[in-house]
Design a protein around this ligand. Structure first.
Ligand SMILES: [Zn+2]
Length: 507
């Protein structure tokens, strides 16, 4: 049977013709199944369904039927072929008179049997059905957009839609995402804070206090922040999964996006690994977990480094490269690191085991040689100051818990901390004056190595801080290499500086 394929696109957004290709492909597949010969493919592009404009190509096609050049018409669905129920009625009458067969890719167009004809007419009037058609059309469009790396959906946090010279947002195939720098910086900051082990609620609270708003201008909640951070968009990837009847079905695929990334893929995978880890600690800080967190300094910006956890992350082989091939599963290991978490820097990322190794060996050697001299003081005063110091710290912790649990207001919390903080500082100063305690004495002389080995991280940190106070010990890690991975591969001890005031710590 000689047939024509009739393809019509009604939305401006399809000017590029992606929608046309999809319709044509599906119709060709149907023709092949039916064994029909396609005489011509008629493309009516960029027509509005509602304005009643003439469709010259449609009219010509009906003329072809009258002259028996074609005996059938194939369309994607009824809505593509006719624009209104009355047009559909006209077409059915015409088809009956000419002996013309009508078929559609999705099966709603069938004038061969009386039953098919009845169904076709009934369906024309049922709006729910039309909605399904729209959804099916959108589904195949969405997939195409994904495959070509184009964005689909409302404005994502971190990006703006590109505008033309007159400030109008480009739409349709010209739609483009460009980085919105203040929001991008907020993403980078949130990402490093999450990787440093900070809880989402704490970042949420901070963002809201600083007036960093969501794309709808609202406040962040822990869940919205979490969802935002888990999006592949800002890693430069487009995720696609079929969405049917209110849920996602089938396999998830990733496509390289056409827009610029805000964070790299490695970093994003680490965020995903952390946020989806069921054993994720809800701790407020990793301060007490790693030896040099809040002690070692960034060699680039001079601020404190933080420790990050190690983990393993399996990347499922779902990356679809531009050439259409899929990548195999990969397992990545991320070691524990010290890194600079500060916005605008991030210059340092170093393997924790190497840094700790060098610092511990150097510090123990120094303690053995000069510890007695470094630590001399008034033990009784230290014990008293220590007790007062810890009592104030406990009060502060209680206050924070009440605030987190919404038992006290922000104002009450601030009043409380405003009272306690100066007290804490003055006790801290008294404590420093009186150092060292008996607890530190064992870290001097020949017993230093053994004492260090026995000590827990909290105690070791206390020793390092005491050395900072007494002899001006500083530990600075200079940036080495360019990317995060080359930094980790760098010469084990490169750029690690351990110094005391006026002398070298024994390197
Ligand atoms: Zn830094």
């Amino acid at each position: 049977m000689k047939a024509a394929i009739y393809v019509r696109i009604s939305k401006d957004s399809e000017k590029k013709g992606l929608g046309v290709d999809r319709q044509r492909k599906d119709c060709l597949a149907l023709a092949e199944r039916l064994g029909w010969e396609i005489v011509e493919t008629i493309v009516e592009n960029d027509q509005k369904a509602s304005d009643g404009a003439l469709r010259p190509k449609y009219q010509r096609m009906l003329g072809m039927a009258a002259t028996r050049q074609i005996e059938a018409i194939i369309g994607w669905d009824l809505d593509r072929v006719t624009r209104t129920p009355s047009e559909a009625e006209e077409l059915f009458e015409y088809a009956k008179a000419m002996g013309l067969q009508l078929k559609s890719h999705n099966g709603d167009l069938d004038l061969i049997t009386p039953q098919g004809k009845l169904t076709t007419r009934v369906r024309t009037a049922v709006s729910a059905f039309e909605i399904e058609q729209i959804q099916a059309r959108l589904r195949s469009e969405t997939l195409q957009r994904a495959q070509s790396g184009r964005y689909n959906g409302p404005r994502p946090f971190g990006y703006d839609f590109a505008t033309d010279d007159h400030g109008r947002i480009l739409t349709g195939s010209r739609q483009e995402l460009v980085i919105c720098e203040p929001e991008a910086e907020a993403i980078r900051e949130a990402v490093s804070r999450v990787l440093d082990g900070e809880a989402l609620w704490s970042i949420t609270k901070d963002f809201n206090q600083r007036g960093i708003a969501t794309t709808t201008g609202g406040q962040w909640h822990t869940q919205t922040l979490r969802r935002m951070l888990m999006r592949w968009t800002h890693a430069g990837y487009r995720k696609h999964q079929r969405y049917e009847k209110g849920r996602f079905v089938g396999k998830e695929s990733l496509y390289e996006a056409a827009w610029p990334a805000i964070i790299d893929r490695d970093t994003h995978e680490r965020v995903l690994a952390l946020l989806t880890d069921p054993t994720r600690r809800k701790s407020r800080s990793t301060e007490a977990k790693y030896l040099l967190t809040s002690i070692a300094l960034c060699g680039a910006c001079g601020r404190y480094l933080v420790g990050t956890t190690s983990y393993e992350y399996t990347i499922k082989g779902t990356y679809v490269r531009k050439d259409g091939t899929r990548s195999p599963d990969k397992v990545r290991m991320y070691p524990e690191t010290y890194k600079c978490p500060h916005a605008g820097c991030h210059a340092v990322t170093r393997r924790m085991d190497a840094v700790d190794e060098l610092v511990e060996a150097t510090v123990v050697a120094f303690l053995e040689r000069e510890g007695v001299e470094a630590f001399g003081g008034d033990p009784a005063a230290v014990v008293a100051a220590q007790a007062r110091f810890e009592a104030i710290e406990a009060k502060l912790a209680l206050l924070t818990d009440q605030w987190v649990g919404d038992k006290i207001t922000d104002a009450q919390y601030e009043r409380g901390t405003a009272l306690l903080r100066p007290e804490l500082e003055s006790e801290k100063a008294r404590l420093r004056q009186a150092l060292p305690v008996d607890g530190l004495r064992e870290f001097t002389g020949t017993g230093a190595g053994a004492a260090w080995k026995r000590a827990d991280v909290v105690t070791k940190k206390r020793v390092l801080r005491a050395l900072g106070d007494m002899v001006g010990l500083t530990i600075t890690i200079a940036p080495v290499g360019a990317g995060a991975s080359s930094r980790l591969d760098a010469d084990r001890y490169a750029g690690i500086r351990i110094e005391t005031v006026g002398r070298d710590a024994g390197q």
